[in-house]
Each structure stands twice: as structure tokens, then as C-alpha cells.
Design a protein around this ligand. Structure first.
Ligand SMILES: Cc1cc2nc3c(=O)[nH]c(=O)nc-3n(C[C@H](O)[C@H](O)[C@H](O)COP(=O)(O)O)c2cc1C
Length: 409
């Protein structure tokens, strides 16, 4: 709940501004008060009257209005808020924020604030993937601006790709993550989580992969973010929405997954939940391999993929303080997982039985064993979200407790 929280919602000029009306409703429904700042372009998409009626407050647009400046100046607008939310955040406003401009009320408030800022970008896919926007987003992230979305999907401009504004519920979830400090024991910690399968190309249309749905890994990333960690989720191809309140990097092959995991930089926590293909195709064909009548099937030469868990577990200054691996086994689950923990050099292993009869792959529930140097814990069968919350809570405990026995591992 957001009882008593004060949100300053900045609406800039994108098609998605209509969703901000619903966002105001949802936020107020959860007990927050909402005050709106509307850019000139934003007012071409939604009317001040709609925002005023839904927020039950006046809407601020004009920096040079004598009444606005005396009643509620740009500094006061920020002072009176617990959080500034920019939704939609246009390419233009993100560029102005990154450049430190103060050329209208929205940009001035954003420059003058010392409050946390959450941006929900929304724009055409090419605007989002343009190097200029990517650089602006990177700059803003480094300055502490949090992002939710954008999501991938069909867009108003009849194109498909990343650029759709996150849905109001996702934005509310990201706001709750930022504003409920009691539940943020991992604030200040950085985490990388791998999730989903990898795909190893045979040719441009065929690949080697597995049945991993990414549900468990995505839930762990979301749970760590909920507890305040700054999370990078490195995801193989999955049919899941990007969890709110964290950074999702999409990859295909194991090599890309390793590169993206290392690119997440110095992290405190690494959770390797992805089902990484053990082998890659040595020479993927440049064109589609043709079936020829009477010819024998092609011989596909395989080579081992990089071992992401072992690489991240390697001792050295870059090693995360806690590395958690997953063991998906169909037999001798616990014994194999104990052996895997030692072989890979990670701290904990979450072992789960993926025999077809368990329905773990793609299913909603999971039965796991947590293996550390202190022994084996058998957890009850839980929804994957609950396994994730329990694991995130254990990770928080690991970092919050006094120097622990496990440190002597
Ligand atoms: C029909 C229409 C739709 C637009 N949609 C978007 C959008 O979704 N995202 C975006 O970044 N810009 C969009 N633009 C461009 C912005 O409105 C334009 O860059 C404007 O200067 C943004 O101003 P502001 O950032 O001050 O609100 C759109 C423009 C038009 C005419």
C-alpha cells in the first residue's frame, strides 16, 4: 500500500499519456496522493482537466505563471513529493534530463529535485534503440534514476519491439518497491540473475535449446529487486514480461549470456538460474541447411559452452560475495548438487528435480533443496514466486547477519 505517500507525476508528450490517467487512479486507489505536472506536448495528448479530475488537485504546466510560482513554485513541487514519476518519459524529456536542461517546468523540477526519480519510457522502437537515447538512459541510470519498462510489443506506430510504456500496474509495483523502505534489506547491494534457456544456432532457422520457461529465474530477480537490490536480469528467450523495477538484458546464446553477466560489473550477488546449453554448434551454417533426398542427415559438431557459474565463482577481486547456482537434475538430485557446488566453486546451490513427472519446467511450483557448506535444507513444494521470496530473504539474511559460520566455508 502507498498510504500517505506523495507522488509527483510528470506526464510528457507521448501517445502512452492516456495510460497515465489510469496510473493516477491506481495510485490513489492504493492510498497515495498524486500531483501532476504536464509538459506542453503532454497537453496535446491528455487534457489538464482529466488529470485534475482524477488527481483532485490542480495540474501544473507553466513555469512562468505568477500564481503557480507564488503558490507552488518548482522547488516546492519537488519538496512536497516522496517520489517523482515520469510517465510517459519521452525521448525528448529523457534527453533534456540527461543534458541537465531546465527549459520548462517538468525539466526544471527534475533538475531541482533531491527526491528519487522513476521513469517509464515510451516511444517508437527506433527512438528507444537509437544510440542517443541509449546513452541518455545510461547517464540517467548512473545518476540514480530508476527505470520501469519499456516493454516489448505492438506499438501505436504499427511497429513491434521495445518501446511500449510499462502498464500502470507495473509502474505501481515499481513505485511500491522504491517507497517501502522497511522491506528493502538489500538496498545498496547489486545483483545479477540469469534466467531462461539459451539458444545455440544450428543455422539461421534452427537451434538447440531446452524447456526452461524462465519463471523461477525471473521470480528471483523480481524478489531481489523487491528487497531493494539493484538487479540486472540476463534473460534467454522467454515468453515472460520484463519484471518491474530492474534492468533486463535479453540474450540468445550461452556466450552472450556470459558476456552480459560480466558486463553487469561488480555485483554482490550472482544467481545463475538459467538453463544454459552445455554445448554449442561449432560451425553454425550461414544459410538454412537443405534436406536433400537420399543424402544422410548432417553431422553437427558440438563444442562445450563457457561455464557461466564456474566463471562467476572464480576467486578474485571481481567475484560476487555470494554466488548461487542451480542444479536441475533428474536423478541423484542432492548428491549431484553437492558435488556440483564443490566443482563449480559457488557458495550455494538450489537443487530442483526436473523429471517430467514433477512438472517443474514451465510449471508454477517447485520443490527445491538449498545446499550450502552448512548442509542441505529441504524446502516444501512452493509456488515459484514463494521459492524466490524465500531465497531472496535468505540472501538478505546472509548479508545482514553477523560474520557467519558460512563465512568460514
Ligand atoms: C502523434 C505523436 C505521437 C508521439 N509519441 C511519442 C512517444 O510515444 N514518445 C516520444 O518520445 N515522443 C513522441 N512524440 C514526439 C514528442 O511529442 C515530441 O518529441 C515532444 O517534443 C515531446 O515533448 P516533451 O518531452 O516536452 O513532452 C509524438 C509526437 C506525435 C505528434
Amino acid at each position: 500500500m502507498l498510504n500517505g505517500k506523495r507522488i509527483l507525476l510528470i506526464v510528457s508528450g507521448g501517445i502512452a499519456a492516456y495510460k497515465s490517467l489510469e496510473l493516477v487512479r491506481r495510485l490513489r486507489g492504493r492510498g497515495a496522493s498524486v500531483r501532476c505536472v504536464l509538459t506542453g506536448a503532454g497537453a496535446r495528448f491528455v487534457t489538464p482537466l482529466s488529470l485534475q479530475a482524477l488527481s483532485e488537485d490542480r495540474v501544473y504546466s507553466d513555469m512562468f505563471s505568477l500564481t503557480d510560482e507564488s503558490e507552488m513554485g518548482h522547488i516546492q513541487l519537488s519538496r512536497d513529493a516522496d517520489l517523482l514519476v515520469v510517465a510517459p518519459a519521452t525521448a525528448n524529456l529523457l534527453a533534456r534530463m540527461a543534458a541537465g536542461m531546465a527549459d520548462d517546468l517538468a525539466a526544471t523540477v527534475l533538475l531541482a529535485t533531491d527526491k528519487p526519480v522513476l521513469a517509464a519510457p515510451a516511444m517508437n522502437v527506433r527512438m528507444w534503440t537509437h544510440a542517443a537515447t541509449a546513452a541518455n538512459v545510461e547517464t540517467l541510470r548512473k545518476r540514480g534514476v530508476a527505470f520501469v519498462g519499456p516493454n516489448e510489443g505492438a506499438m501505436a506506430c504499427n511497429e513491434f519491439g521495445p518501446g511500449r510504456m510499462a502498464e500502470p500496474d507495473e509502474i505501481v509495483a515499481a513505485i511500491e518497491t522504491m517507497l517501502v523502505p522497511r522491506q528493502r534489506p538489500l538496498a545498496g547491494k547489486r545483483a545479477v540473475v540469469t534466467s531462461g534457456p539459451t539458444r545455440e544456432a544450428i543455422d539461421p532457422v534452427r537451434y538447440i535449446s531446452n524447456h526452461s520457461s524462465g519463471k523461477q529465474g525471473h521470480a528471483i530477480a523480481a524478489a531481489l529487486a523487491k528487497l531493494g537490490a539493484d538487479v540486472t536480469l540476463v534473460s534467454g528467450p522467454v515468453a515472460l514480461a520484463d519484471p518491474p523495477g530492474l534492468r533486463t538484458v535479453k540474450v540468445e546464446s550461452a556466450e552472450e549470456m556470459l558476456r552480459a553477466s560480466l558486463a553487469a560489473g561488480n555485483v554482490d550477488i550472482a544467481v545463475c538460474a538459467a538453463a544454459v546449453a552445455d554445448w554449442k554448434v561449432v560451425h553454425p551454417a550461414a544459410g538454412k541447411m537443405k534436406k536433400k533426398a537420399g543424402a544422410p542427415p548432417p553431422q553437427i559438431e558440438l563444442a562445450p559452452n563457457p561455464d557461466i557459474l564456474a566463471t562467476l565463482s572464480r576467486p578474485g577481486p571481481q567475484r560476487p560475495a555470494l554466488v548461487v547456482g542451480f542444479a536441475a537434475e533428474t536423478e541423484n538430485l542432492v548428491a549431484n548438487a553437492i558435488e556440483k557446488r564443490q566443482r563449480k566453486g559457488c557458495d550455494w546451490i538450489v537443487a530442483n528435480d526436473v523429471s517430467p513427472s514433477t512438472g517443474t519446467f514451465g510449471g508454477e511450483r517447485n520443490t527445491v533443496h538449498l545446499i550450502s557448506a552448512s548442509g542441505v535444507e529441504d524446502w516444501p513444494t512452493l509456488a515459484k514466486e514463494d521459492v524466490a521470496l524465500r531465497l531472496a530473504a535468505r540472501i538478505a539474511l546472509h548479508f545482514s547477519g553477523p560474520p557467519k559460520a558460512e563465512a568460514a566455508e
